[in-house]
Design a protein around this ligand. Structure first.
Ligand SMILES: [Zn+2]
Length: 324
């Protein structure tokens, strides 16, 4: 008997010791089933893109008129600034007109139960600054795992649904920059690393000032009647214009931006956190924030951990989940 147990243990240990190298992928692997999770939209039913002449508020207002038939509205976009403070733009015509929004556990319109899953666009990975597709994919997964590992929100699971082999992103589609006529309900969509033109389109001068943006779609009906809009979709886009690097020790002023930090910031918005902290210019003309935090509206240094006000903000949103 003892020999048998020893033999079994040896086999188990052997398999275990072999596992890391064989199971940790070193390339991006697509999930072929993601198309099944997409809620498709008849392209002829939505006004999209081409020939925008109005400002972004009017543009999104007209988009919202066409997606109202799906029960959806784009509620807001939150920008992270490179050398200046970013901001938050709210759009009119979002149902109950509440400026705040949050996920509703077991929302049947989302069909994601008490999870907040995420997907990654596999067609818009990699940066012009030289980060490989696998590096930007890994930064995205690492950022989501960082939020998933915050201890106060033990009831919140943030599963990775995988990488799409097709160009995903409903905002992208609606604004005429690729994407797809469809969306992943209840899901955080990492919609891609996009050219500066997309950021110029969503904000004047955006290509040179916005590092990343998170769009919030809400359902027009406040199902849980808590006075807050119910989140339907979150979509994150990163601006390819900047010098992105895998730079965990990055500090302000060298022209480099740590990609994982910015994805972590945008994912904070996806998990319902707003901007935090007061912006001020110091003697050297650089922008600073007090208190310094990941959720400041501007980039200052690489931050890959959740602490202080970022942790407090997250816990206030999620510590009771899914019992809120
Ligand atoms: Zn932000």
């Amino acid at each position: 008997m003892r020999k048998l147990i020893t033999a079994l243990l040896t086999v188990v240990l052997f398999i275990w010791s072999c596992e890391p190298n064989e199971n940790v992928p070193q390339t991006v692997e697509f999930n072929p089933t993601l198309k099944d999770k997409l809620t498709r939209v008849d392209p002829s039913s939505v006004e999209n893109r081409n020939g925008r002449t109005a400002g972004i508020e009017q543009w999104i207002a007209s988009v919202n008129e066409t997606i109202a038939s799906q029960g959806l509205a784009i509620q807001k976009m939150e920008f992270l600034g490179a050398e200046q403070a970013g901001n938050t733009v709210f759009f009119a015509n979002t149902g109950n007109k509440q400026l705040s929004s949050d996920f509703v556990p077991n929302d049947p319109r989302n069909g994601t139960g008490i999870d907040v899953p995420y997907v990654i666009d596999g067609t818009e990975l990699g940066t012009s600054s030289g980060m490989s597709e696998f590096e930007t994919y890994s930064a995205t997964v690492a950022a989501m795992e960082t939020w998933g590992n915050v201890t106060c929100s033990s009831g919140l699971e943030i599963p990775n649904l995988g990488v799409a082999s097709f160009d995903i992103g409903y905002v992208q589609y609606l604004l005429g920059f690729g994407g797809i006529a469809g969306y992943f309900p209840g899901t955080v969509v990492h919609g891609g690393i996009l050219p500066g033109a997309f950021f110029d389109a969503v904000s004047p001068g955006g290509a040179s000032s916005i590092l990343g943006v998170t769009f919030t779609f809400v359902w027009l009906d406040d199902l849980d009647a808590d006075g807050k809009s119910d989140v339907a979709i979150k979509e994150i886009y990163i601006n390819d214009v900047f010098n992105w690097q895998d730079a965990p020790d990055d500090v302000l002023g060298n022209g480099i931006y740590d990609l994982e930090t910015v994805i972590l910031h945008e994912a904070g918005h996806a998990l319902s956190q707003a901007h935090f902290g007061k912006a001020f210019a110091s003697g050297n003309g650089k922008l600073h924030f007090a208190p310094a935090a990941l959720m400041n509206a501007g980039y200052s240094v690489a931050r890959r951990n959740i602490s202080g006000t970022d942790n407090a903000g997250h816990c206030s949103n999620w510590s009771n989940w899914p019992n809120n």
